[in-house]
Design a protein around this ligand. Sequence first.
Ligand SMILES: NC(=O)c1ccc[n+]([C@@H]2O[C@H](COP(=O)([O-])OP(=O)(O)OC[C@H]3O[C@@H](n4cnc5c(N)ncnc54)[C@H](O)[C@@H]3O)[C@@H](O)[C@H]2O)c1
Length: 391
Amino acid sequence: MSPAPAVPTVNVAIIGGGLMGREIAAAIQRWPALIDHPVRPRLTAVCDINPAALDWFDQIDTVTTKVTDHRDLLDDDSIDVVYVAVRHDLHERIYTDVIAAGKSLLAEKPFGIDGSAARSIMAAIAAHPESFVRVSSEMPFFPGAQWAIDYVRSGALGRIVQARNAFLHSSDTDVTKPVNWKRQNRFCGEAGVMNDLGLHAWHVPLRLGWAPETVYAQLQNIVTERPGPDGTNVPCDTWDNATLHCWSRHEGERFPLTTAMKRIDPGQKNTWEFEAIGLDGGVRFSTSNPKRVEVFAKVDVPGVGREQAWQQLDVGSQSVWPTVTGGIFESGFSDSILQMWAAYLAERHGALGDRFGTVRPEEAAHTHAVFAAASASAADGRAHDVAPLTR
Ligand SMILES: NC(=O)c1ccc[n+]([C@@H]2O[C@H](COP(=O)([O-])OP(=O)(O)OC[C@H]3O[C@@H](n4cnc5c(N)ncnc54)[C@H](O)[C@@H]3O)[C@@H](O)[C@H]2O)c1
């Protein structure tokens, strides 16, 4: 057997070795599953202020550098790309440090704790064009989500009627769950659940050109206190649930777009849903049933006549970048993370072509404008305009 062709190595560092830092480290170990990817990432360095969090990375033998201050990674010329997964109040400082060091960045959402932080990160990007920056959002890389996006792009909807994108949890229905940084405005941001789940619900709408013109928002803080570190209740001041009713445009036609972001949606474990309906067709996908894509059409039913039908399709394993996984096999969360990284590193290498890409900085920054309009709407009970997305 001839050896695999040599491809350039990209050295990756992770800042923040928590839930997402470990997930990304594991995804990079699965890189050989990708077919003919133009680069090969190697995780070489990890930073976490908590030294105990670094121990987990000992099982990855390419990791040769472990530090507790992120600035110690930035002077290391061997590091090409940095993935940062830390609290929202730390995004601005760490992202701008990484960008100013000239390293590429895969940032986590919400891309700064608020609009002002996002603008400062955008200014750093403008000053350092050598730093290739994108933002994490993996759910659209489920194969079923890709089919839904391709369906809409094909023009099959005809004149659009309505669309919806949602990210729904029930993780906070347990009122005895201790408070953590994601449930406190000073660390998570005033936008609360919109900061936490919003980019998941906006990546596809923004990429389809559906930036909202106006927003009417319903924001709920359902659980207002949670046990603190010593067991006594402390304020849990973040919005738990957000539903944004927007006017957007598809091919020039104005239509109602709803995005929902909920930490308290009983029955939902970790559900990303997309639906778009038009006069000629419709499409639905939910990670609750990750093999299934539904498309709407009028069909001739033998013996009955022409009827409306939601048709069910099974999607296989293939997403944006081809893999060795059998085409009929199922796909899951960690596959979507691998696909997101495949797209990010291919785009950085100039090899993504017309495939679906990770969130662009201007899209992530724009979500803060949407969330600010939503907060204003929740405050006065009226719909608010959102400035157009500028690229
Ligand atoms: N894409 C997704 O699906 C997804 C899912 C969950 C969280 N996130 C995002 O990822 C980010 C991190 O969330 P998480 O759930 O991994 O958080 P986490 O609390 O599990 O991990 C954060 C880690 O950062 C470390 N840390 C704190 N300050 C640091 C500093 N100054 N330098 C280096 N490390 C530091 C902490 O010790 C901790 O280990 C957030 O922006 C969050 O919104 C994304």
